[in-house]
Design a protein around this ligand. Structure first.
Ligand code: PLP
Length: 340
């Protein structure tokens, strides 16, 4: 049995999700005629108190569209140095939007108003114009830590005050919301755009949505087209996302519990220097001096457990919908017996 903990993106659609997909009503979404895509967009926008939404093929695309919509060439986005938009989107900030990134060092990727305030450039021709702030919730590279609404409110107030747009990379925002028990509707007041992924913890096979005002989403639709992200009978995929929203949000707390157990199991092993606090579904293990990620991952993989390298001295394991109780029990058994 392979136990795949590389990411929460590895899940496969369940039987019921597939049934919802097979019976979806579809149309040509580039013509705006797919009723299931429209239903998904209305549902997710309403959930976050936003006017409109746009269904896109990936989280990378929704983030990149947002950056392009909010900025002009030569400007600058403020984000944490651990942020996905900077680290893992192939240099898209520069490539797609011709802007630079001001990288701040938050606590495990979580920024504060003071850090952001310090990062805003003065009105001086030598500096790029700061026009956008982007937060990530939960923070992937930070080990799944999260912002609470009370952390977001003063950042949003600062951005409004300074005339900056505020984007949220909410690829795993539902993991944060399940922990904080906060209502997503409050998010709509604070962000200009929000990117939400259906294909991570929620378990849908494809897709993310960008949420925002009607005007921002109208512009986003143009950018999606030029990025090649216009899809035709996408309702088959949107139906899986609707199913995921209806069925797979509250159960994320099970993934979080399993991640905590997994994190504890790594504490005290010879390979482990430190396990980052496990706040949601991501476990980052910092390795002791004598071990490399490749070495440890090879040993684990020989026993059927698959993770990913996550830096020069770190590995990452992520719990998800398809990680069963039996698989967790098997993982714990293997970790007790394995010698590195
Ligand atoms: C925080 C974060 N944002 C965005 C993305 C991009 O999502 P996608 O793989 O759908 O492009 C990921 C992917 O893992 C992510 O972890």
């Amino acid at each position: 049995m392979k136990i795949d903990l590389r990411s929460d993106t590895v899940t496969k659609p369940s039987k019921l999700m597939k049934e919802a997909m097979m019976t979806a009503e579809v149309g040509d979404d580039v013509f705006g005629e797919d009723p299931t895509v429209i239903q998904l967009e209305e549902k997710i926008a309403k959930l976050f108190g936003m006017e409109a939404a746009l269904y896109c093929p990936s989280g990378t695309m929704t983030n990149q569209i947002a950056i392009k919509v909010h900025t002009k060439p030569q400007e600058e986005v403020i984000c944490d140095k651990k942020s996905h938009i900077y680290l893992y989107e192939g240099g898209g900030i520069a490539y797609n939007s011709l802007i630079s990134a001001k990288l701040l060092e938050g606590s495990r990727g979580v920024l504060t108003p003071d850090l952001i305030k310090d990062g805003i450039n003065p009105d001086d021709i030598h500096f790029p114009v700061t026009s956008l702030v982007s937060l990530e919730n939960t923070v992937n590279k930070g080990g799944g830590c999260y912002y609470k609404l009370s952390d977001i409110e003063p950042i949003s107030a600062l951005c409004r005050n300074q005339g900056l747009k505020l984007h949220l990379d909410g690829a795993r925002v539902f993991n944060a919301l399940v922990e904080t028990k906060e209502d997503p509707i409050a998010y709509g007041k604070h962000f200009d755009t929000i990117s939400v992924c259906f294909s991570k913890g929620l378990g849908a096979p494809v897709g993310s949505a960008l949420l925002g005002s009607k005007e921002h989403i109208k512009q986003a639709k143009r950018v999606r087209k030029v990025f090649g992200g216009g899809m035709r009978q996408a309702g088959y995929l949107a139906a899986a996302c609707i199913y995921a929203l209806d069925n797979n949000i509250n159960r994320l707390s099970e993934d979080h519990k399993k991640a905590k157990v997994l994190g504890n199991a790594f504490r005290g092993l010879s390979i482990t220097k430190n396990v980052l606090p496990v706040d949601t579904n991501i476990v980052i293990i910092e390795l002791s001096d004598d071990f490399t990620p490749d070495q440890v991952l090879r040993k684990l993989s020989n026993q059927g457990i698959i993770g990913v390298p996550f830096g020069k001295k770190e590995i990452r394991l992520v719990t998800h919908l398809d990680y069963t109780d039996d698989q967790l029990a098997q993982t714990l058994k293997i970790l007790k017996q394995i010698s590195f």
